[in-house]
Design a protein around this ligand. Structure first.
Ligand code: NAP
Length: 242
């Protein structure tokens, strides 16, 4: 049995990623923060599709919680290791910079950028020792081109892109790859307050994407087939030019 950790795996894009990676034969560690019911439903669905998994509740913005949770799993599973890490969980707290409060900036940076460091650091050593690993980070169009009203989010996602490129070069020789997938506008709880009718006019395909359209690319990058791709950012955004 092979093991994969998907952060924010309970809902939206993360949930679709859990299903695809479970289909590829991985036991999925489904991370989430609050919504126990959604997380349990995701796990139940994986099991009813013939897969396996377990819940791993921790706040990705809290390094102490992350370490405690992963250490606890490793203690209970001494002969197993996590070979796929999908850093997917994220939040947005949009505001124009003139109105942006300090906590709107720091919450988004902690959750979307610092978490990359905290979680990756916990798992990458085992990948290097085992000479195999896949790290896929779900970033955003916003982190490539910048979006007005999202200086915090653009900075965080842009930071993950730069960190991924650096880490990819650090560890490529050990057969551990690090790549990013940059969604555009995808139909999830995160975008339910957006005006799709108006925003789709800027998308060449004239529609928002579905979580499965992101998950397919993530699952490929997380597979053995993506063995010669590292340090890349793949946009999945319906044709918006970046
Ligand atoms: P979503 O529907 O809001 O789901 C967010 C997921 O992340 C949930 O499982 C949530 O868990 C979890 N989460 C949030 N904060 C967390 C924390 N501090 N610790 C642990 N888990 C946490 O979001 P989504 O739209 O699927 O987005 C997934 C990723 O794609 C994010 O990184 C987002 O920035 C990126 N993205 C999304 C879009 C889009 O259009 N949707 C576009 C570009 C990039 P709970 O259920 O427990 O809250």
């Amino acid at each position: 049995m092979k093991y994969a950790l998907v952060t924010g795996g309970s809902r939206g894009i993360g949930k679709a990623i859990c299903f695809k990676i479970a289909d590829a034969g991985y036991h999925i560690l489904i991370n989430y923060r609050r919504n126990d019911q959604e997380a349990q439903e995701t796990l139940n669905q994986i099991i009813s599709n013939g897969g396996s998994g377990e819940l791993m509740k921790f706040d990705i913005s809290n390094s102490t919680e992350i370490k405690a949770s992963i250490d606890n799993w490793k203690t209970k599973n001494p002969d197993k290791h996590i070979e796929v890490l999908i850093n997917n969980a994220g939040i947005r707290k949009d505001n124009l910079i003139v109105w942006m409060k300090e906590d709107e900036w720091s919450d988004v940076i902690k959750t979307n950028l610092d978490s990359f460091f905290f979680i990756t650091k916990q798992l990458v050593t085992d990948m290097l020792v085992n000479k195999y690993g896949r790290i896929v980070n779900v970033v955003s169009l916003s982190g490539i081109k910048g979006m007005p009203g999202q200086t915090n989010y653009s900075a965080a996602k842009g930071g993950v892109i730069a960190a991924s490129k650096a880490l990819a070069q650090e560890i490529a020789k050990k057969n551990v790859t690090v790549n990013c997938v940059a969604p555009g506008f995808i139909k999830t709880d995160m975008t339910k307050d957006l005006d799709e009718k108006q925003l789709k006019q800027m998308i060449p395909m004239n529609r928002f994407g579905n979580p499965e359209e992101i998950a397919d690319v993530v699952a490929f990058l997380a597979s053995e087939k993506a063995s010669y791709i590292t340090g890349e950012v793949i946009s999945v955004n319906g044709g918006i030019y970046t």
